[in-house]
Design a protein around this ligand. Structure first.
Ligand code: NAP
Ligand code: GDD
Length: 416
């Protein structure tokens, strides 16, 4: 009798268990349906990685498009990865390419995004002179492919679109500082391709009533900035030189000026742009401009190294005139001091005309008043805190490489 009652109770409990499991899964499903869905192209890039992290924190379901590459290209988003076999994933990657309309259309149909952030691009200005046709295809027509896919799939009312436009559009600047009203004068195949992308975004907004907006972002950097952009090239070189892993830093035009911000602040602006009731185009910038030369000086100064530039044009050189031993020991390590001291008074930065561009953009400085007033956007980082974060991260990276080298392992040079 007692046994029977126990069996009965057990049955009841397991039924209760099943019912509660059913309701919990239903609740999870409904909750997931309430979450916004974002699709990010260029998710493996600097901005894609920061934006994905930002949106996941805001409770989005994030889908990203990555290219097929012969080696893994997901280092920057590795920390966001879910096991592909896990249930209820909030982060999913799809293979795709901006040059493949059918692939883009299929992904958008599958994902049914509320927001698309189009960040994918061949984004290197100098390289665009070597690959102008591909750049036009991926950066220019690629944007058209996305917009047209959204339109053909009938998602124009559901899906908001952010287009990664750029301060490179201003090129040979017609006004200082540059705002949303400044006329464009692109100076590279990259900028010309981005100009098409800018206007086709505006056109789809006006023609089809789409919530499509351009963020005209000025240069933004971070510890995960691509290694061939000038800021990261400098912070990497400073770290390597401090540890005796590199002799010289070769750069191109030292006199051009850029308005540098931190990518973390800039992805927040992307998000804010899509949260507005009305689509519009916004300049995102700090309003402060600095020469490449000063960026070099500021970076080395973080390690206690004073640089003085002498000469002009291709003959200009940066000499190491002083080492603050205490600061160097604190930031890099006393064990590296002796070998660096041997190079005191020598030139460690040189100009290599190979890095000059056929047409240069000499001065960029943005006026972000519209973003500040309408979006309430304000950068948290200064150039000083940006450089601090970048050089600290590169010192850490190359200390790790040094350990590997000392342990007899091969490390890569990654020369450019
Ligand atoms: P990035 O680090 O170079 O990342 C570019 C991303 O696009 C990468 O994920 C790359 O994939 C992907 N990509 C390139 N070609 C592609 C193609 N054909 N199909 C699919 N994906 C492709 O650039 P970022 O600094 O994050 O910049 C993001 C966007 O903002 C770019 O459109 C850039 O032009 C624009 N922008 C950047 C800045 C800036 O200062 N950072 C300023 C203004 C505008 P892989 O990883 O496989 O190479
Ligand atoms: N890359 C690089 N390498 N640039 C150098 C070097 C060098 O060795 N030496 C000097 N420079 C100068 C370039 O000539 C340019 O004037 C400036 O440093 C910045 O170059 P990059 O860091 O390559 O960036 P960018 O300004 O050309 O383009 C970046 O910012 C744009 C926004 O204004 C990219 O992120 C673009 O995708 C983005 O649209």
């Amino acid at each position: 009798m007692k046994k029977n009652r126990f069996r009965h109770l057990k049955k009841k409990l397991s039924l209760l268990h099943c019912i509660s499991f059913f309701f919990v899964s239903l609740w999870i499903k409904q909750y997931k349906n309430m979450k916004k869905v974002a699709l990010i192209t260029g998710i493996t890039g600097q901005d894609g990685a920061y934006l994905a992290e930002f949106l996941l924190k805001k409770n989005y379901i994030v889908h990203g498009i990555k290219r097929r590459t012969s080696l893994f290209n997901t280092d920057r988003i590795d920390h966001l990865y879910n096991d592909p076999h896990a249930e209820n994933k909030d982060f999913t990657l799809h293979y795709g390419d901006m040059t493949d309309s059918m692939n883009l259309t299929r992904i958008i149909q599958e994902v049914q995004p509320d927001e698309i952030y189009n960040l994918a691009a061949m984004s290197h200005v100098k390289v665009s002179f070597d690959t102008p046709e591909y750049t036009a295809n991926a950066d220019g027509i690629g944007t058209l492919r996305l917009l047209e896919a959204v339109r053909l799939l009938g998602l124009t009312k559901k899906c908001k679109i952010y287009q990664a436009s750029t301060s490179e559009l201003y090129g040979l600047v017609q006004e200082v500082p540059q705002s949303e009203k400044t006329p464009f004068y692109p100076r590279s195949p990259y900028a010309v391709a981005k100009m098409y992308a800018y206007w086709i975004t505006v056109n789809y907004r006006e023609a089809y009533g789409m919530h499509a907006s351009n963020g005209i972002l000025f240069n933004h950097e971070s510890p995960v900035r691509g290694e061939t952009f000038v800021t990261r090239k400098i912070t990497r070189a400073a770290a390597r030189m401090a540890m005796g892993m590199q002799d010289k830093l070769f750069l191109g035009n030292l006199s051009s000026k850029r308005d540098w911000g931190h990518a973390k602040d800039y992805v927040e602006a992307m998000y804010l742009i899509l949260q507005q009731d009305e689509p519009s185009d916004y300049v995102i910038a700090t309003g402060i401009t600095t020469t490449i030369r000063d960026f070099v000086k500021m970076t080395f100064a973080k390690l206690g190294i004073t640089l003085e530039f002498r000469g002009e044009g291709a003959d200009e050189k940066g000499f190491m005139t002083h080492i603050d031993n205490d600061l160097f020991s604190e930031t890099v390590g006393a064990n590296f001091l002796e070998s660096l001291q041997k190079r005191l008074k020598q030139d460690i930065v040189e100009v290599d005309p190979r890095y000059f561009r056929p047409t240069e953009v000499d001065l960029l400085i943005g006026d972000a008043t519209k973003a500040k007033t309408r979006l309430g956007w304000k950068p948290k980082y200064t150039l000083d805190t940006l450089i601090d974060e970048m050089i600290t991260s590169d010192i850490k990276l190359f200390k790790k490489e040094n350990y590997l080298k000392d342990g007899g392992f091969t490390i890569l040079n990654y020369f450019e």
